[in-house]
Structures are given as C-alpha cells and as structure tokens.
Design a protein around this ligand. Structure first.
Ligand code: FE2
Length: 282
C-alpha cells in the first residue's frame, strides 16, 4: 500500500517543513505561489512554450526515451523570465530549505535547474527515477539536492500529476522501484511538490483527451557540484549585470569559497566573479 503524501500550508514554519521533507522525502506545499505570481509567470512563458515542438529530440537516445514525444519543454528560465528570476528561484521557502538541508555540506548552494514540462494528451509516464542520480559518480551520505515540481496548472491523476514514492529516499538503492508504491501528486495550480535528490518519482501519463499538464521542475544543489543545466548560458553577461546580486549568486556567478578547508571554485582572474560583476570589472 502506497504511503500518502503529506500536505502543509505555505504558512507552516520552514523548519517544520524541512523536518517533514527530510523524514518523508516528499510533501506538498499548498499556496506556494500566489495567484498574481502564477498568472504573471504563465503569461510570460506562454508564447515561448507554444512554439516548442513536443517531438523534438535531445542530446542522447536515453534523454529521448525519457522525455518522449508528447511534452513541450522550456528551459533557460533565468534568462527568459523576470518572474522566475526574482519571485520563483528566490522564493523564501526554497532558500530556507536550502539553508537548512544543503548549507551544512557546502559554502553556498546554487540553482540546479528550472525546467517547464507541459505534457500534452497521450504523453506517457516516465520511468521511476531519482534526480540525484545525475551525479552518479558521487556516493554521498548527505543531501545533495532540494527539488520541486510546481503546478503551473491543476495536477490531477488523469492529466499526468507527478508520481512519487514517499520514503524512497531512504530505501536501499538496489530495491526495485514499483509504480504500485507511487502516489500521484494531485494539487491545485500554485502548489508545489517538494522532494529530495534521493526520492523516486516520475511524470505521470496524460490520459485526458484535451487537457495540458503544465508543471515546472525547480531544484538547487550543493555549490561545488556541476549543475544539470548550464545556467551561465541562459542569459548574456550584459543581462546578468543587471540582475539582483542574489540572482547572480544562485545562477553560479559567485565563487564557492570553502577556504581554508576546501579552497575556492569558480574564480575568474583569481577573484570572485560576482564581486567583479558588481564593481564594473566584468
Ligand atoms: Fe525527475
């Protein structure tokens, strides 16, 4: 019998949300985005998303099989959307969870990926997977990623709500992942499914005749890992200079300074790029 997903309100104390997430591996936050932010973001990305072709192919056959041919994708969101940059990727709850869950094992954390998925009718379910396996060379006994799927429209069991296995972040990695253990993250638009890099999940099948399921993966990882999306390429340096410093830092422009224990990563001219950006030297 599958374990049900817990649901908490956005007004819940962030420490309690972090504790619950670490314990259960997945939970739903209702009211994560307000209606105004949600509406403004959807309007901002509508045009670009409409131009995406669901049948487009990706960098490898594995990617192709994983994403199928019925889903529209939109990435590079830091460069595309001011709402994403300033109201979503800097959302106080994301940052509070990253402070609590990631910061013990890095000097700073960073945006890993912002990725809209719009599953059209007939879209097949993904295979059950763990996002943290992107860093398959790493064998960490601590959390490396805080992830989420934001519902940009209503998520239902029939339109492709994410399937997730609560508790699977603590399973032995050789335990078989079975859809019978997964529950659909049914939630109204504006809610967020929060999960960890070790939590098994999959996008669901869109069995409706005419409903799009629009969702967005947003995740953060330890600052010394390579990110899934190359966020430096999502906006020109000219644009990045105008972004708030917090956005620049989360995009990876800040050096990861773990000195004296670990030294510096991501320096330029032996200096911190985010300092150079904000002093007119880059
Ligand atoms: Fe995933």
């Amino acid at each position: 019998m599958a374990t049900p997903l817990q649901r908490l309100s956005i007004d819940t104390d962030p420490d309690r949300i972090a504790d619950t997430l670490l314990e259960t591996g997945a939970l739903i936050i209702e009211g994560f985005l307000g209606d105004d932010t949600l509406g403004a973001f959807n309007r901002e990305v509508d045009g670009a998303l409409r131009r995406e072709r669901p049948e487009r192919r990706f960098m490898s056959p594995v990617y192709d099989a994983f994403f199928g041919t019925r889903t529209r994708h939109l990435t590079g969101l830091c460069g595309r959307s001011g709402v994403f940059r300033e109201q979503i990727m800097c959302h106080p709850l994301y940052l509070a969870l990253c402070d609590r869950i990631l910061l013990p094992n890095c000097a700073r954390y960073q945006l890993n990926y912002g990725h809209i998925f719009e599953i059209t009718p007939g879209g097949q379910r993904q295979f059950l997977h763990r996002d943290g396996d992107c860093w398959s060379y790493l064998r960490a006994d601590y959390e490396i990623e805080v992830a989420s799927i934001l519902a940009l429209g209503d998520f239902t069991a029939s339109n492709g709500a994410t399937l997730v296995i609560p508790g699977s972040h603590r399973w032995p990695r050789d335990r078989v992942l079975d859809y019978a253990d997964a529950v659909p993250a049914e939630m109204p638009a504006g809610s967020a499914l929060l999960y960890l890099g070790g939590t098994a999940h999959a996008a669901g099948e869109n069995r409706t005749p005419d409903t799009l399921r629009r969702g967005m993966h947003v995740s953060y990882c330890l600052g010394w890992l390579r990110t899934e999306e190359n966020n430096y390429l999502s906006a020109s340096l000219e644009s990045v200079r105008e972004y708030p410093r917090q956005v620049q830092e989360l995009m990876g422009y800040a050096a990861h300074d773990a000195a004296p224990e670990g030294g510096c990563l991501g320096v330029y001219d032996m200096l911190d790029p985010v300092t150079l950006l904000n002093s007119g030297r880059l």
